[in-house]
Write a protein that binds this ligand. Structure first.
Ligand code: SF4
Ligand code: SF4
Length: 438
């Protein structure tokens, strides 16, 4: 079904802002710049003026919108319930429809959003090529010869940030991993489009931890990218098309809970009912689908951990992923899980829920602001004395790993389910604790 034309933010959503400014100090771009136009209140004011025809979408207007991380910290603290995420996504969709991007950006969007992201086999092929590129010697030689100078700065930035790809990739399949002990029913894992290649071990840990907790774990074939990047970039029709495919993939069998280990994907999947609200063929299915979606942290904490957790001596600090803390409002579950592991000591940062500057592809599109936020974050990490940064989203894992390297800090980055997985291995007498990627 064709998507209806983007209509921009709704006036009733914009009108919920009472200009109290209580969100300002929670906004990373306002704190960094001190500019009202880079605050949630300022952006809402501009969007309302634009919606009412009092200003045009000038380059200044677009700049203030682009610099927003869509971290939704403002939404989480707003006493008036302003749905900032929905507003900004609608604004970006409208801008994309009414202000055609330069030809090279349109080409890039077409390649990424149309030719690549909807096709898992093509993503796997590209990941295989990148893994070949990362073979010992080749990447170093390319960098030494400075061959990458011929590419745009954004591509060079991506190359510099790319962590070592997993030695093997993770794929959905028809296989079921049986649960241990007394059965608790099925669990369907959403594998994501980045995790299987950059952090296959996180998906594997998720399957093992769920199985140890008594769930028969499936990773349904046919699932695709959640559409989060597309929606945040204003590509609403592309996001809707992916949502329909995921709904079909997860509704063809049992109505098991859908477990997600990537906070950004989880937030998008939980909002499929809004995304497909104008599609009569999928509206109800999207509602049923969204009600089955759980972040792996909230699911495990809600149903209580089973089995013997061995000691994993680590000093950790927990970075709240924006789309887990602010979009899904899940903050205590990951901490409860970490505190349940013997040997884990949790040291809180001063601002654990402040964005690390990853924000989808923000670290590529807005490298300067992203670097400032990352530097602040790493200072906060350093003040805790932790040896491991634990988080719950691949984008955050990638960004924080870059932070360790940039700041010359020792330490490593891990996902919450990896820590649980190591604890289960230790509980079975397996002393080997795999090192997470730095
Ligand atoms: S978005 Fe909410 S917290 Fe921020 S100024 Fe408006 S009403 Fe106040
Ligand atoms: S989404 Fe984040 S960056 Fe954007 S206005 Fe809200 S707090 Fe600021």
């Amino acid at each position: 079904m064709a998507s209806i034309a983007p209509r921009g933010p709704l006036i009733e959503d914009l009108a919920r802002c009472v200009h109290c400014g209580l969100c300002s100090q929670s906004c990373p771009t306002y704190v960094e710049t001190g500019l009202e136009t880079e605050s949630p209140r300022g952006r809402l004011h501009l969007m309302r003026a634009k919606a009412e025809g009092r200003i045009a979408a000038t380059s200044n207007f677009l700049r203030h919108m682009d610099l927003c991380l869509l971290c939704r910290n403002c939404e989480a603290v707003c006493p008036s319930g302003v749905p900032f995420g929905r507003i900004m996504q609608a604004q970006r969709a409208e801008v994309l429809a009414t202000h055609p991007a330069p030809w090279w950006e349109r080409l890039l969007r077409y390649v990424v959003f149309t030719l690549l992201m909807p096709h898992p086999a093509r993503i796997a092929f590209l990941a295989g090529m990148l893994r070949f590129y990362q073979r010992p010697g080749l990447q170093g030689l390319v960098r030494k010869l400075r061959v990458l100078r011929i590419f745009p700065a954004s591509l060079r930035q991506m190359e510099a940030m790319l962590p070592p790809l997993s030695s093997h990739f993770f794929s959905p399949s028809m296989a079921v991993t049986p649960g241990h002990g007394k059965g608790r029913g099925g669990a369907a894992v959403f594998s994501g489009c980045v995790m299987p290649y950059l952090y296959a071990e996180v998906n594997e840990a998720t399957v093992r931890v769920l199985a140890r907790n008594g769930y028969d774990v499936k990773v349904p074939p046919g699932q695709v990218c959640c559409g989060s990047l597309q929606e945040h970039s204003g590509e609403r029709a592309a996001a809707e098309a992916l949502a329909r495919r995921n709904i079909d993939a997860f509704t063809s069998g049992e109505a098991d809970p859908i477990i997600v280990n990537a906070a950004g994907c989880g937030a998008t999947l939980k909002e499929y009912r809004e995304l497909l609200a104008d599609d009569p063929g999928y509206r109800d299915k999207a509602s049923e689908f969204a009600a089955r979606v759980f972040d792996v942290n909230e699911f495990l904490a809600r149903h209580k951990l089973r089995g013997a957790l061995g000691a994993v001596p680590m000093c950790v600090t927990y970075q709240d992923s924006c789309h887990l803390a602010h979009a899904q409002r899940v903050t205590s579950a990951p901490r409860a899980l970490l505190n349940a592991v013997p040997g884990v000591e949790l040291f809180e940062m001063h601002l654990p829920d402040r964005c690390c500057g990853s924000a989808g592809i923000y670290n590529i599109t807005e490298p300067e602001m992203s670097a400032r936020l990352l530097h602040n974050k790493m200072q906060d990490v350093q003040s805790t004395g932790a040896d491991t940064i634990v988080t719950a989203n691949p984008g955050c894992m990638l960004q924080l790993s870059v932070g360790l390297t940039r700041e010359g800090m020792p330490g490593r980055v891990a996902h919450v389910v990896q820590v649980l997985d190591w604890a289960y291995q230790a509980g079975e007498g397996d002393e080997k604790m795999p090192g997470a990627k730095k």
